[in-house]
Design a protein around this ligand. Structure first.
Ligand code: UN1
Length: 493
């Protein structure tokens, strides 16, 4: 399969050029290198895509669930077969390492398969009726045409976990991926079409946020699913609430790893490192706070610092690279500003913290893996999501204080606790107000068959993935079911 150089939109089953602003997709490792370019979709393209989706949705909803599932299964095969090549494209475009890129492509295929399997699972519920000759059936219908808005950091996995359930349950989709990483969006849309998806059931619009607003506010949209920043998520949720349109928004995180004194410190340090620095920290589930109990704090902080300094930072496609660049100049600026502010507010640099000032790493959007020990919880870096490789560390007097510190955030996406004491682990299950909790593993990760989503300011609306996704992508019809004749009164009547 050849490289995508020309960015295009998929509307009503046809690939077409946009008529809007010129968009250039660059390699964040070497920003002068152009990977692809094209013109953005316009509001006119949005109107055409929504109209196509509305036309196509009715026939798709009437297609037997198993036939819809067969399209997803075929698409999963195509995605898997391209994992190596698309994984490299993903790494070049987004900045995560080749291994992470290939892993994400395979994860997308796994999600498509899981959602195809929904055709084989139970499709509703049956209740008794208080009336003779009647049963009550609760069945599910698709919501209709769904707008899907996805972020740059998982350019195929997050779209897969929104689009695959939407399609499996009989919805049509108009999808706007982040304009920074359009290539993988085109790949997934192409795979679904090559797998036999009818024209118009999935439409892809490569465009900027301004045109995206026209999509969100469009009267032809029945539901909106979004993953991205808290600011954008809230404004989307407000707009949808004003019109009575269901919305699912997955937003920021400031996820804590808590390491108690009895933990296996080597394991904890390795997992904290993975959580903080894989994908250059560009995950809403990344570990951005470390809370360590005082008796083991010096030891653990030294281990984490040593491992962070030893990480090989560089071109994500080079052999041996363990961390790549951030996605854009703007992302690098935000993260660097956050580090500078933390240092000015009294944070002690334990690893990283300096900007790359010369060579290849200065040219690309690289930020060193950074560990900062904080004098108190009053620093901005304790509260604000930076979305980069920055870990803020505080020491805790005892396990209770450690959990209280972990809860000291407006966000509540994920957390991790490291301990060998089951009672302390159960305290964390009881006390931590998060959507995802890891006991003795890193804060990131989301399996396709279980719910994913955050508490507090991290999430709004029904959870994603697993059976939870049914709540968002379908609505229920309660059917009072009687025969057309007087019921039989049984044998011998
Ligand atoms: C993961 O932890 O593997 O945007 C997935 C994000 C999350 C997905 C995290 N919605 O980073």
């Amino acid at each position: 399969m050849t490289a995508i150089r020309q960015l295009q939109n998929l509307v009503d089953g046809r690939w077409q050029d946009g008529q809007g602003d010129h968009l250039v997709d660059v390699n964040p490792t070497r920003p002068t290198e152009r990977l692809a370019e094209g013109r953005c979709a316009t509001t006119h393209d949005v109107d055409a895509a929504v109209a196509a989706a509305r036309r196509a949705q009715v026939g798709w909803a009437h297609t037997p669930h198993h036939e819809r599932a067969a399209v997803l299964t075929r698409a999963a095969g195509l995605v898997d077969a391209s994992a190596e090549q698309w994984g490299e494209e993903l790494a070049a475009e987004e900045g995560k390492t080749r291994a992470e890129g290939v892993g994400e492509i395979r994860r997308a295929a796994q999600i498509l398969r899981y959602c195809a399997g929904e055709a084989d699972r139970e499709a509703g519920e049956l209740f008794s009726s208080p009336r003779r000759g009647e049963r009550i059936l609760v069945t599910r219908r698709p919501v209709g045409v769904v707008a899907v808005v996805t972020p740059f950091n998982f350019p195929i996995a997050i779209p897969a976990w929104k689009i695959a359930p939407a399609l499996s349950y009989g919805n049509a989709v108009v999808w706007k991926p982040a304009s920074a990483i359009p290539i993988l969006g085109m790949r997934l849309a192409q795979a679904l079409h090559d797998a036999g998806l009818p024209a118009g059931v999935l439409n892809l619009l490569v465009t900027t946020g301004r045109t995206g607003t026209h999509l969100i506010d469009h009267p032809g949209i029945d539901a909106v699913t979004f993953t991205g920043s808290t600011g954008v998520g809230r404004s989307i949720a407000a707009s949808c609430a004003g019109r009575g349109v269901p919305v699912q928004a997955e937003m920021g995180g400031k996820n804590a790893a808590v390491v108690l004194a009895d933990a296996d410190l080597e394991l904890a340090a390795d997992q904290v490192l993975l959580g903080a620095f894989s994908s250059s920290g560009q995950k809403c589930t990344a570990t951005s706070r470390l809370i360590v109990e005082k008796p083991v704090a010096d030891d653990l902080i030294a281990k984490v610092a040593r491992k962070a300094q030893a990480l090989v930072v560089g071109d994500p496609l080079a052999a041996g690279t363990e961390m790549g660049p951030l996605v854009s100049a703007g992302a690098r600026r935000t993260v660097r500003d956050g580090i500078e502010a933390a240092l000015a507010q009294g944070a002690r640099p334990v690893a990283g913290a300096d900007a790359y000032s010369d060579g290849d790493l200065a040219e690309g959007y690289f930020v060193a893996p950074t560990v900062l020990e904080l004098p108190s919880r009053d620093l901005d870096v304790w509260r604000e999501e930076l979305f980069g490789p920055v870990l803020a560390v505080l020491r805790a007097d005892d396990p209770g204080t450690a959990l209280e510190l972990a809860n000291d955030s407006a966000f509540g996406l994920s957390a991790a606790i490291f301990t060998n004491d089951l009672s302390r682990a159960l305290d964390a299950v009881e006390d931590l107000d998060v959507g995802v909790l890891h006991v003795n593993s890193e804060t990131s990760g989301a399996d396709p068959h279980v719910p994913f989503g955050g508490a507090k300011h991290s999430g709004y609306g029904p959870k994603e993935q697993g059976r939870a996704s049914r709540e968002f992508f379908t609505h229920m019809t309660t059917v009072y079911l009687r025969g057309g004749q007087e019921p039989s009164r049984g044998p011998g009547r």
